[in-house]
Design a protein around this ligand. Sequence first.
Ligand code: SAH
Length: 480
Amino acid sequence: MLRRFIGQASIAQRYRCLISRQSSADTLRRCSSSATASSQAPVGTSAEQPADTQFSDDYTSQPAARISIDRSGLSNPPEHSHETSADSELVKHLKSIIKFRGGPISVAEYMEEVLINPKAGFYINRDVFGAEGDFITSPEVSQMFGEMVGVWAMCLWEQMGQPDKVNLVELGPGRGTLMADLLRGTSKFEKFTKSLNIHMIEVSPALKKIQKLTLKCEDEDENTATTLTGTPVSWHSTLEEVPTGLPTIIIAHEFYDALPVHQFQKASRGWCEKMIDVAEDSKFRVVLSPQPTPATLYLLKRCKWAQTEELSKLEHIEICPKAMDLTQNIAERISSDGGGALIIDYGLDGIVSDSLQAIRKHKFVNMLDDPGSADLSAYVDFPAIKHSAEEVSEDVCVYGPITQSHFLGNLGINFRVESLLQNCTEEQAESLRTGYWRLVGEGEAPFWEGPNDQTPIGMGTRYLAMAIVNKKQGTPVPFH
Ligand code: SAH
């Protein structure tokens, strides 16, 4: 089956030398047991709406006159207490925001609290990845993913004229696996690795610790360290904290899907924002806002970028203002400092309708049930990223989205897998083949002979890649 993808590798011929130089046996990271053990991880598929989601008409009275959030509860607070003794800290916190705000909160505010609340957010206190965790990502599936992203970064660095110093920024590095594989894969190209100042943008103290272990870093202080090979690494909470002035390469893999989304639903009075409220029975429920909310400004902006025909079919729209703002920061930085950004995520080459999903222990669950114990993620709206970048700077060009299969295939993943297969045990070979399928395949792996419920599912077309690059750099591989 691997041969099916070999034809895709025209650009890879040019970089074959680079890829085969990575190929000695000692560069086989590990036999990725998590790849098979959790092959049914529900990555990138659309979640069904939670069964008990209901829309209330309680908030539907006034016409859309001005932009404000609904505070109708202020003058008429519910008599019952929202808290039940069994509520978790995060549930108590969410209910108290709703109570003291005097009305429901947006889905985006709910999502942000659930994922990154500093005390109890989903990402904050634990390792959520792999077979034992809640979901699995491409860098955890196979070392080849980080290695191919390394090929991309090195090619861009070459197009930038091989600068002596470069900021290599990763947004949301998870366990740090992608960065470790990128560094190991490019380690023979000393001029490149010596140029790197690595910056990790991470909100989770627990994952930050794991990233330091994965990169085998010696701590200097809480936020700075050096890898064993002497590359400086620093940690920040936001991209704005990364020093400016150096050409910059930014990697965002499965970061955008964790940014909070606002959801809108078409009602008789126009687009209404879906809000999270507490029902009489003290459970969370979804209601519609009676008036335009602040996020409506972003909805209007997003709709201007869409075709009337595309919009007329939709009953629901999801928008991500944080993704639009982040993209503008990225584009401004690349425009002033040079370089480029690579965004890989599951998403659509079009407006997103209704994709927010909750995943716990590799299964879809109701997003309102036990918040903080399940991941929340949404499809990435790639055209919104493209328009946001283009709106802010004429010095950057946006490429893609292309499928992950196209991206990895044209960078030469087939050569990489073949060279790794030449020097490995049978168990490692099995894991490499499975990992390869999951990264570039589509649907169920036809070669699979193991248990049905563990059939590897390809992520090759569900995941898309987009690049934002300073025009001086020309077209990045493999977006030609
Ligand atoms: N890129 C990794 C992990 C993806 S999960 C991989 O592919 O395996 C999302 C990552 O982004 C986690 O590391 C999470 O802690 C981090 N994250 C989520 N929201 C964030 C935010 N607002 N700011 C910084 N990091 C965030």
